[in-house]
Design a protein. Sequence first.
Length: 733
Amino acid sequence: MTDFFTDKIYGFGKRYFRMQALASTLRFLTIVLLLWLSVALADDLFYFSEITRWGIWFINLGVVLWLVFTLLFNPIKRYFSLSRKSDLSALTRLLGRLYPEIGDDLVNAYQLARENEERLVSEELKEAAVRQIVSRYEDYDFERAIRFKNFFPEWKWAAGFGLVFLLMFGLLHDALWISTLRILNPTRTYAQLPAFEFKVLPGDTTLVKGDPLKISVEYRGPELEKCYVVIHHAGDKQFLVCQSVDNGFTALLKNVQQSFTYKIAGEPLLKKGVTSFLESREFRAKVIALPFVKILDVTVLPPSYTGLGIQKLERNIGDVQALRGSTIKVRAVSASPLRRARLVFESGDTLNMNVNNQIATGRFTLKKEDAYHIVLVDTAGYRNRNPIRYRLSVLSDYQPLVEIVRPGEDLELTLDSQLPVSIDARDDFGLQQVKIVYQIVHDPPRGDTLWQAISLPLAEQGAKHVSITHVLDFNTFPLAFGDQFKYYAMALDNNVVNGPGRGKSRIYYIRFPSIEEIFQAVDETQQENVEDLQDVVKEAKTMKENLEKLEREIKQSQKLDWEKKNQLAQDLERQKRLQKKVEQIRKELDEAIKKLEQNDLISEELLQKYMKLQDLFREVLTPELEEALKKLNQALEKSVRPKDVERALKEFRLNQQAFEEKIERTMELLKQVQFEQKMEELVKKAEALYKQQEKMSQQLKEKEKLNSAEKNSLLQQQKKQEQLTDRLQFDLQ
C-alpha cells in the first residue's frame, strides 16, 4: 500500500475520532447540566436534609466520574493514540460501509499489504497488487464523508435544552445558586429562604452624568428590617439605606458621575436561621455625558457699505449686536463627536450646521431682532440639554443728518433773485446723494406743482460729511407774483440692505410778493405811523398844559402835597410811554424802508429823505430830555422842598415842549415822503410789469420744451399779468 493512500486513511481517522470526541464532550456537558438542574430544582422544591444531600452528592459524583471515563476519557484517548503505524483495518472497514461501491476493496488491500510485509513477498508484486486496488479510489476525499450531525444526532434536543436552561437560570438564578451551594456543601446547615420578590425600577437604565437616580422597589415577602441598595463600582461596594414607602422602598442617588451596578438587598426582620440577605438580581446603571458647547466663537461681518471690518466676539459670548444685513458666523466645539447640529431661532427658523467631528459651523444673515440656541446631537444620538439662549439685537443705521445753514429762515424775494443755499449733511457710514427738494405753490391756488429735486454733486462719493452751496436762480423757475417756493434739503446714505436711509431738513418758505403787496404793506405802515404820531402830538399837548398848570400851583402855594406828587408821577409815566411809542414808530418805519430797499422799489432820492426822517426821529429822543425826566423823578422821590421840585419841573417842561415841536415837524415830513412814495410806487409797478412780461414772452417762445403743467402755469400768469396792468391803468387815472 502506498504512503499516499495510508495518509488519506490516517487523515480520515483523525477527523473521525476528533468529531467523535467533540460529540461525546457535548453529550457530557448536556447530561451534567441536566443532572445539575434536576438536582438543584429538586432541592429548591423539597429542601433536602443533610443525609439526603450526602446521598445525592455521592451518587452524582459516581455518575459524573463514569461519564468522564465514558464520554471524555475514551474518545480523547482514541484520538491521541491513533498514528500512521496503528492498525487501520477498522477504518478501512468503516470506509467500506460509508462508500458501498468500495466494499471490501480497501480492507483487502490493507490486509494484503500487511501479509506481504510479514511473509516477505517481493516488493514489486505487493506494489502492483495494491496499486491495482487503490488506483480506482485515488480521487475520493474520505474526510468529506464525516459530518457532525452523524456523531451527534440529538443536537436539536440538546439545543432546546440549552434554551430552557438559560431561561430557567435567568428566572431562578438565586434559588439555583443557593441549592447548588447546599448540594456541594452537605455538611453545612442552610436555612430555607422564604419566598420573596423584588421588583426594581428603573432596573437596567441609562442616565445623564450629574443627574439623580431614583430607585423604587416593590417588595413581596417576609417583613424586612432594612433594605439597601448595594452599589458596585471599580471594585468598591457601597450600601445605601432605602426609605420605606407604601408597598416597598425608595432610594435617591444624587449627582451620579460614573457607571455602576447595583442590586437590592433586604435584611429580614425575623431571621429564623437565615444568615444572608434577600437579594435581587444585579442591574446596570450606565452614565453618559450629553454633548455641550465647550467653545463658542462668533464672528460678525458688517454689510459692505459700512466699510467696517470683521468683528470677533469674545470667546464663549454668543449675544450679537450688529447692523441689519450683517453676516454672523458661528463656530461651536462640542465636548464629544457630533452626528449633527443646528441653530434654532425663536422666530421659528432653523439652520443646519456643518459638522466635522466635534466642530459645528454655520452662518446666517441678521435680518431682525431674534434669539437663538445651538442644538447638538452626538454620534450616540444624545442631544444637549438646556442650551444657552443668545440674543440677536439689530443696531440702528441712523438716517443722515442734514440742515440748511444758510439762509436758514423764511424769506420774501423778488422774482429775479438768486439765493445761495448752503447745506451741511453727515452720516455715520457715508452719503450717497444730497438734494434740494422744492415745490411751487401758486397764488391764487390752481393746482400746486409736484415736488421736484435738484441733485447736488458730491466732491467725494461715500463721504461721511459734506458742506455744499448751491445757488437757486429764480429766473429759471415758473414763478409769478404771489407764488411761494417751498424747499428743504434731503440726504441719502449708502445703506443697500434696507435703505437708503433718508434725512430731511426743516421746510423753508420763500414768498414772492407782488409790488402791490409790498407797497400796500408799506403804505399801511406809514399811515399807521402818521396816525400814531398824531396821537403822540395830541397827548404831548395835553401833557404840556398839565405841567404848566402844576408849575403855577407849586409856585403860588410853595407846597407839594400828595395829590400834586401823584399827578406829576402820572405825567412822568405818560412821557415814558410817548417816548417808547416814538421809538416803535421809528423801528417800523425803518423796517418798511428796508423792505423797499431789498426789493429795489425805492429811488436814491427818496431813500435820502427817509434817512433824514430817521434822523429827526432820533433827535426827538434827546439825552437832555432823558436827563430832565430822571432829575424830576429823583426830586419827587427824595426832595422835600418845593423849590427843588419846581426847578426840576421847569427843566422837564421845557424839554417836553421841544419834544412836542420835533414830533410835529417829523409828522409833516413823513406825510410829504408818503406822498412822494405814492408817485414812485406807480413807476415801480410799471417797471415790474414790463420785466415780468418780457420773462413770460421768452418762456412762450420756448413753449415746445414745456410740459402741459408748465404751459397751464404760463397761461395763468398771463391772465394775472393782464389784471395787474388794468389795475395800474386805473391807479394812473
